[in-house]
Design a protein around this ligand. Structure first.
Ligand code: SAM
Length: 222
């Protein structure tokens, strides 16, 4: 996988790679990019999952689920609750629909083609929302954070996994394509975003993953 990454960069395709990370599409996007993200983001995903402290009865939403690796783990954890996924990539929805078809058929998992800014869920729907490596692509971060607050239940938990602007510098294809990775945050910036949106009890954890430290922001809705 690292070889493929280097090859794409050497071929001058770093813009294509960045575009695929923002919205994977086609066979290459849904298969190879998904697998690449799984490897690079495994530690972050585990930290996000531990921080979420999921109960078997919870209703949990993941936004920007890539090829569905975390959704699969959530489906294994939940018994009487339910797992939801929302993503803007039709090709990923198609792929994960196939991969996790048994959970979809048993009504444990529901997938939605939708944008973080306009999520098709009523107010106060979820005990937990997890979103990893999507904050860079949110179209309107202030409003999007408020949209997450709207659909979280009181006392519900939001987990945002991300790399800071400084850590992003370790990924040359990111710095060369800043227009695609449009939002760059420090942990303080993420804290301000969440507090201004109305979240409480914001805290952070970090883990060394791939080329950089990954962070999770953990916060609750009063
Ligand atoms: C870099 S990938 C991260 C995938 C996975 N969460 C991980 O950390 O490995 C970004 C994911 O977010 C989705 N995405 C990007 N912008 C989005 C938006 N505005 N609303 C919802 N999903 C979005 C992409 O389609 C993709 O699945």
């Amino acid at each position: 996988m690292k070889f493929l990454l280097k090859l794409l960069i050497n071929l001058g395709l770093s813009g294509y790679l960045a575009q695929q990370l923002a919205r994977p599409n086609g066979f290459f996007g849904s298969r190879f990019i998904g697998r690449m993200m799984n490897k690079g983001n495994a530690e972050l995903e585990q930290l996000a999952l531990q921080s979420a402290e999921i109960q078997t009865t919870n209703h949990v939403l993941e936004i920007g689920f890539g090829n569905g690796q975390l959704l699969k783990q959530l489906c294994d954890l939940i018994t009487t609750g339910k797992v939801y996924g929302a993503d803007i990539s039709p090709d990923l929805i198609h792929q994960v629909n196939k991969r996790l078809s048994s959970s979809i058929e048993s009504n444990k998992l529901e997938l939605h083609l939708s944008e973080v800014s306009r999520l098709p869920f009523p107010d106060n729907s979820f005990n937990t929302i997890i979103t990893n490596n999507t904050i860079y692509f949110w179209p309107t971060p202030d409003q999007d954070a408020q949209e997450l607050l709207r659909i979280l239940k009181p006392n519900g938990k939001l987990i945002i996994g991300f790399r800071t602007a400084d850590d992003m510098k370790n990924y040359p294809f990111v710095t060369e394509n800043l227009h695609i990775f449009q939002n760059h945050f420090t942990t303080q910036g993420v804290e301000e975003l969440l507090v201004q949106a109305g979240f409480s009890n914001v805290s952070f954890k970090g883990v060394k993953s791939d080329l950089a430290i990954s962070h999770v922001a953990i916060c609750t809705k009063k």
